[in-house]
Design a protein around this ligand. Structure first.
Ligand code: HSE
Length: 317
């Protein structure tokens, strides 16, 4: 990070963590951060207002250089259009999250970009203000405005977001000792495609069940009620439509549940799947999920994480 003065940085780098969206029962509104991997963005002041993308590195090659088509670029353009800082932004993106993995890679790039750019402003904005700009970036890749990856990546932890035009964000406590086990099969899944297959209507009985599960899950988190979390950790609307896109889905889920998971589902639009379990069960849940994916012919990466994070932050460049 190169400082011209304490309030007028020339360049800043931010890290934004990966995230698992939906969490079974909160489609488009709930997600948790996964801070063992993430994207970084270095934003440098340029004389001319506007946004340029000077390059990228990391696990994703060939990201779009046109800022309108780049999630970080679009988020920075939204910031420029709104606050007109009198100078421009150049972004260099370091991708740590595989594309099309269901781990919130596009959201993390957008979040890292706005957090880094914010450090260059004379009057930095709040995270809630940054959320709206990052949301515009996410829409470039998924084709719709939703914040269930953006909010946890920006704020950290298990995060519920209510509203789009005036979003309200709530960090929900996760009971002590819970671990998230994430297993990523080596397969690209487009978020747009995974949204495109969803039926536009929900049956009344499924709506009631899903609403009960969302209420149960969140109240279980607030009251440390693991039985309530286990009983309500089930998506009856989206998961059954998308599971066909993930080889071995049923076997992976069954393997996790048979080994003590509280729940197991798709991370975001997939193909990564995640389970929650108590710390003592996490390794056997992970091993069982990995074995089930292997039996379906898929190599994997995996992570076991505690769900606690401070979200996106400035880091040394
Ligand atoms: N809620 C979104 C979905 C997350 O499942 O389509 C992925 O962007």
């Amino acid at each position: 990070m190169t400082a011209q003065s304490s309030s007028k940085l020339h360049k800043a780098t931010a890290f934004a963590p990966a995230s698992a969206a939906n969490v079974a029962i909160g489609f488009d509104i709930l997600g948790f951060s996964v801070d063992v991997l993430g994207d970084k963005c270095t934003v440098t002041r340029t004389d001319k207002p506007g946004v340029t993308i000077s390059g990228s590195s990391g696990v994703v090659k060939d990201i779009p250089r046109d800022p309108e088509k780049n999630t970080a670029g679009r988020a920075l353009l939204a910031m420029q259009e709104s606050i007109k800082p009198g100078f421009g932004f150049d972004a260099f993106i370091e991708k740590g999250i595989p594309l099309g993995s269901g781990l919130g890679g596009s959201a993390a790039s957008a979040v890292a970009a706005v957090v880094a750019a914010n450090a260059l402003l004379d009057k930095p904005l709040t995270k809630l203000e940054l959320l709206k700009f990052a949301m515009q970036g996410e829409a470039v890749s998924s084709g719709s405005l939703h914040v269930d990856n953006i909010s946890p990546s920006l704020f950290g932890g298990l995060v519920l977001t209510v509203g789009i035009d005036n979003p309200r964000v709530k960090q929900i406590p996760v009971p002590n000792g819970i671990r998230a086990i994430l297993v990523h099969p080596h397969l690209f899944l487009s978020t747009k495609a995974a949204r495109g297959i969803l039926k536009p209507d929900v049956k009344m009985s499924d709506f009631i069940w899903q609403t009960a599960n969302l209420g149960g899950f969140i109240s279980g988190c607030y009251t440390n009620d693991l039985d309530m979390i286990r009983a309500s950790f089930e998506d009856v609307v989206i998961e059954k439509q998308r599971s066909q896109l993930i080889p071995g889905f049923d076997a992976v889920r069954a393997a996790a549940m048979a080994n003590g998971a509280l729940g197991c589902t798709i991370s975001g639009a997939g193909p990564t799947m995640f389970a929650w379990s108590l710390d003592a069960d996490a390794v056997k849940v992970r091993d069982a999920m990995v074995a089930a994916f292997q039996a379906a012919g898929k190599e994997t990466d995996d992570w076991i994480v505690a769900i606690s994070s401070t979200g996106a932050c400035l880091v040394p460049g």
